[in-house]
Each structure stands twice: as C-alpha cells, then as structure tokens.
Write a protein that binds this ligand. Structure first.
Ligand code: PEP
Ligand code: NA
Ligand code: MN
Length: 614
C-alpha cells in the first residue's frame, strides 16, 4: 500500500515477482535460504517483492478481488482498504511468543523459553507444506533508511499478501535492499506462514490463519519463525520481533539499544529544538504523545516515531536516535479530534485499516472517532450494527496502518538520527506516581525505568493497587534476560559522555474520588515545557525521596483547568504507600536473582532510606 493518487491500469500480480538478477557474495546465501524455505513450505509460486508502486497496486487489487480487502469509497478515503481478521486472530499473543536461547537463563524469567532444538522439531511439521496452494513472498526490508548508519536489514518470507502490504508501509521495502544484501550486508532471516495450506481447488477464506500459533525467536542465530497468525506484531516480523526482540540482542552485543519508545522533537518558543524519547507500555498513549499539539502557546512538537526507537552512541559522546520504522500501526479506537487530531488528519487516504467498522457510505468508523456513532454500521465481524447493539463496532485492538510521512506533524528530517536530550518513562498509574519526577542521575533513571508499571484502578487509601510490571515498557519485547537488559542500560550510561536527562511521567493519576487528576493530551505539553526548561536551567525543582518534582509555581498552568487541590494530589507523596511499593519492587527484583545489577538493589535501598527519613 503505497501513496498514489490516480487510478491506473494494473497488470496482474503474476506479472511481477521474478528473482532479481543480482550477483554478489550475499546473493547466493539469500537464494539458498529462499529455496530451503520453499522446499519446506512447498508454495505454489515464489514472488520476490521489488517494492515498486505498480507491484503494490497489483498486490492490493488482487486482495480486493480475493475478498481479503474491502476498498473504501475513494471519494471519502482514497486508496484505502479494510481487512477483517478471523475472530481468533486479533492481537499479539504473548503466551505464544518464545525466546529460544541455548541457555534458559539467557531468555530470563520474563520470557517464554523453549530449547532451540526442541522448538525447531515442533515447528518443522507445522511449516512442512504450510504454503501449499499459496504464493510465497520474499520481502527484503530495511529498518531505518536504506544504507543508514544505524539501519539494519532483514528479509521476511510470508504467504500473507496482507502482511506484505503492511510491511511495505511499516518498513522500507525493495530492490535496493536486496542489492545491499547481495553485496554482503548482514541481514536477519524471518519466516512467516498463516499456516493454512490450500488443497487444489479449495476456496480460500478472507483471513486464513491457524488455531495453533507460534511466534518464535532464535536470538543466537538471529532468526524469527512465526506460524498461524496474520495479525500485527505476529505477522509484521520487522516490528516487534525484529526491531525490538532481535534488535535488543544485537544492541546488547554491539553497544546500542532497541527500545519501545516514541521519538519527538520539541521546539520551544525561542526555536530551540530538543529530542525526547519516551517509553510507555502498550495502550498508554504513545501515538498520542508522538503527535501532540501543545495547548501552551509558542511550543511545537514534531513527530519522528510512535513505537520503536534505536539508540546508538555518536562520535561526540552523545546518544543518537532513529525511528527504524516508516509507518504507524496505531490502535484506532480512542483516536479522534479531541484526543489526536493529527492522527485523524494523517488518515485522509492511503490507509490499510484492520477490524474497524464500515459505514454505509463506504468509509470507516471506530469508537472515539466522533462523539456520536452513526445509526448503522457493519461491525468488525461483518455484521449489522446499531448504537443499540450493545457491543463495540470496531474491535478494541483494531488498527490503522499508514506511512509516517503522511503525518502533518512529521519532522522534515525524520529519517535522520537525532541527538537525544530527554528520556521519559511512563505507565498508567492511578496512585503514588506524580505527574512528573526528574531522576537524580542516570542510575536513578534506570531504576525508574525498571519500575514502570500500570494499575487499573485507584487503590484504597495508603495502598497501591495491583501492579502490572512492564520495565522500560519492554516486558513483552526484550529478547534476552531482563536483568542483563537493566545492566546494559547502566553500561550505556557509563559509555556515553553526555547523557539524556531522565524523567518519569504519569498522565493517569486519579483522585480519591476516582477521577483523573490531569487533563492529559495537549496539556501534556505543560510537562514537556517544564522538562525542557529544566534542561535550560530555567525551571526550579524540589528534591523529594522519589526524585525531583516541580517547585511550586514552576509548572506552567496558565489557561489549564487544574484546581489547586488536584495539583496537590497529583504531586502527593504518601510515604507509607511508597514503602509498600518498595516492598513490591523488592519482590519483583528477586525474580532476576544474581542477574539483577547490584546498582538497582542499591537504588532501592537508597529510596527506602530517603522515605524513612522523610
Ligand atoms: C503490534 O501488535 O504490532 C503492536 C504494535 O503492538 P502494541 O500496540 O501493543 O505495541
Ligand atoms: Na515503505
Ligand atoms: Mn508498541
């Protein structure tokens, strides 16, 4: 799915897909691998993706013809399509995601581990013949701009044309990548099958998949094998599987970092630019913050990325960041004019939607797009829907897939590496965690990152609710032992000469009455303003046991609707509740045994001492 505006005559898909006539040291290895996977999966045809607009048009037309995609009315939303998945294939599956290192301790306590040999034996019969009757696509892709200094190459083999179209939006796909591989550039092997072979003459379903699903990573041989699912992170292997799980291992071994972070440029009223990366767990508003429209005058936020950031030390001793992706795979529900008008504008055309509702006039709708639902829709399952139906019209994890370049907020130079000034860590915390806290130093910042967690509801007075831990928002995405990962963060801090400043933020604190205390969305710019003025030495902070918080009056609240009582609650530090939370942190840290860096135990002890003294 590539940007195009005029309808053109499209040649059939079979007119494309020949193996590129390339030679070079890497080409024979690539061809041998493709042949090996074809011998295993036995597709009807092999199609080498060249990434051209014509080929993409043919692919999309074929999917419309096959019933995989519904074309939206081009007068409403040009070059845009809707896919409906199988009801059992609607999200990433953490329980079916495996890290297969030789030593289980290298996968660590927070990943599902299986022995590599045993997993290969499990996968072999599943993949054997799994592409019968289908086309096997060979999709060469680059994470980061092609040939860029922080970029990495990969190839995905897949029997899902929907996955191909998605990868073409989310990454840089094409012949130039194959050329680099042919010349000998390293690349990562990823194999994907929906696991639904077709017998001769058997009709296909609109969303082929298999009830048995495996999303498997071999970190030592840098391979991904995914079976049975066609959805999102299970099927677009460049994203979570490669750019986070495999890349985190590459980063550990080569002195860089692959993080579950958005990346933005914040420009102050004097025109000074700062780069901010922010780690939040899934569904905590990364895409919204990436596309923030400040409510305070004079400030601008430019988007660089909304989900993944790769970070590498530069020659000048600073840390440099890129967004390795080239598109957004965003959750649709909750995206509307009030929450993220930039996203709504980004979605004007050239969008691949999945599991949203279809309107009677050939457009899409989801909960939160408008205040009022249309009177009639076809829901994500393909059934009639009215506001009285009593169920959501769009699946809660329905998505849009759209090129990053289409965001009106995208930075002109968004494909270039930028020096990192600030790192934010945030979760969805109803209690304890203030709106914003500055870390005392890098080590304390790593401590804060290791403690990212979410709780659904405000707990009783003086207690914390049930915490779902998601350190660095990487719990589902770290491809190795998370204790070692904490150590890698500490190590990166020792290596860089000039480190970003680290802050913890929480947009989700609730009052005693259960209300959100902070308006969020555009008003989060007030927190960014304070953070940037801290960097400039122009905003005051006060030390507390948990970090530095804004001095009274230093947060710009002009024009905001935040009563003083709410502000007090937003920054309240309940020593007993924090000591209780420290207890929970201790239990969590115990999980990692001797893989937990001593520095983090020391940070926890220091926090307890500061709390007791307070
Ligand atoms: C995904 O499933 O590919 C994905 C982007 O997940 P999440 O939104 O949870 O990060
Ligand atoms: Na692309
Ligand atoms: Mn994510």
């Amino acid at each position: 799915l590539i940007e195009h505006t005029t309808a053109r005559i499209v040649a059939p898909l079979s007119a494309y897909g020949a193996q590129p006539a390339l030679t070079g040291p890497g080409m024979s290895a690539l061809v041998a691998w493709v042949e090996e996977i074809a011998a295993l999966t036995q597709p009807e045809r092999i199609h080498w993706i060249d990434g051209s607009t014509d080929e993409n048009d043919a692919l999309v037309s074929q999917m419309v013809e096959d019933g995989t995609l519904i074309q939206l009315d081009p007068r409403k939303r040009p070059n845009s399509y809707l896919a409906r998945s199988d009801e059992g294939d609607v999200a990433r599956l953490e329980s079916r995601t495996f890290i297969c290192s030789e030593d289980p301790d290298d996968a660590g306590p927070t990943n599902n581990w299986a022995a590599p040999d045993e997993m290969r034996a499990t996968l072999q019969p599943l993949f054997a013949g799994s592409m019968r009757g289908r086309t096997m696509f060979v999709v060469p892709f680059s994470m980061g701009k092609i040939g860029g200094p922080i970029s990495q190459l990969g190839v995905q083999i897949t029997d899902s044309p929907y996955a191909v179209a998605s990868i073409e939006v989310m990454t840089r796909v094409g012949l130039e990548v194959t050329e680099l591989i042919a010349q000998g550039s390293p690349w990562v092997r990823t194999v994907h099958s929906v696991g639904a072979p077709l017998a001769p003459g058997q009709a296909d379903s609109a969303w082929p998949s298999n009830p048995e699903k495996y999303i498997v990573h071999f970190p030592e041989s840098l391979e991904v094998w995914s079976f049975g699912s066609g959805y999102g992170g299970n099927a677009i292997l460049a994203k979570k599987c490669f750019a986070l799980r495999i890349a985190s291992v590459l980063g550990r071994d080569n002195g860089w970092m692959a993080e579950h972070m958005l990346l933005i440029r914040v420009i102050d009223p004097q025109g000074r630019a700062y780069h901010v990366a922010a780690a939040f767990p899934s569904a905590c508003g990364k895409t919204n913050l990436a596309m923030l429209r400040p409510t305070i005058p004079g400030w601008t936020v430019e988007t660089l990325g909304d989900d993944i950031t790769w970070i590498r030390p530069g020659a000048d001793g600073r840390l440099y960041a890129i967004n390795p992706e080239s598109g957004f795979f965003g959750v649709a529900p909750g995206t509307g004019a009030a929450t993220n008008v930039t996203a709504v504008e980004t979605l004007w055309g050239n969008v691949l939607f999945t599991n949203v509702a279809l309107t009677d006039d050939g457009d899409v709708w989801w909960e939160g797009l408008t205040d009022e639902a249309p009177d009639h829709l076809i829901d994500w399952r393909g059934e009639d829907w009215t506001p009285e139906s009593g169920r959501p019209a769009a699946h809660p994890n329905s998505r849009f897939t759209v090129a990053a370049s289409q965001a009106p907020s995208i930075a002109d130079d968004w494909e270039e590496a930028v020096p990192l000034d600030v790192i934010l860590f945030g979760g969805r915390r109803a209690t304890n965690v203030p709106l914003v806290v500055e870390a005392f130093d890098w080590e304390h910042g790593v401590f804060l990152g290791s403690n990212i967690s979410s709780e659904r509801t405000a707990a009783a007075e003086g207690r914390v609710g049930e915490l779902r831990r998601d350190p660095f928002a990487m719990m589902p995405f770290c491809g190795y032992n998370m204790g070692d990962y904490f150590g890698h963060w500490l190590e990166m801090g020792r290596r860089a000469e000039t480190l970003p400043r680290v802050f913890q933020v929480n947009w989700f604190r609730r009052g005693a009455d259960g209300r959100f205390l902070w308006p969020g969305f555009g008003d989060n710019s007030r927190v960014l303003d304070w953070i940037i003025r801290r960097l400039q030495g122009e905003a005051d902070a006060v030390d507390t046991p948990i970090g530095r918080v804004p001095a009274p009056g230093s947060l710009n609240l002009e024009g905001a609707d935040v009563p003083q009582n709410d502000l007090d609650e937003l920054f309240a530090i309940d020593v007993d509740a924090w000591l209780e939370e420290a207890e929970l942190t201790d239990e969590f840290y115990d999980l990692f045994g001797d893989r937990l860096p001593a520095e983090l135990h020391a940070q926890l002890s220091a926090l307890r001492s500061r709390l007791i003294r307070a």
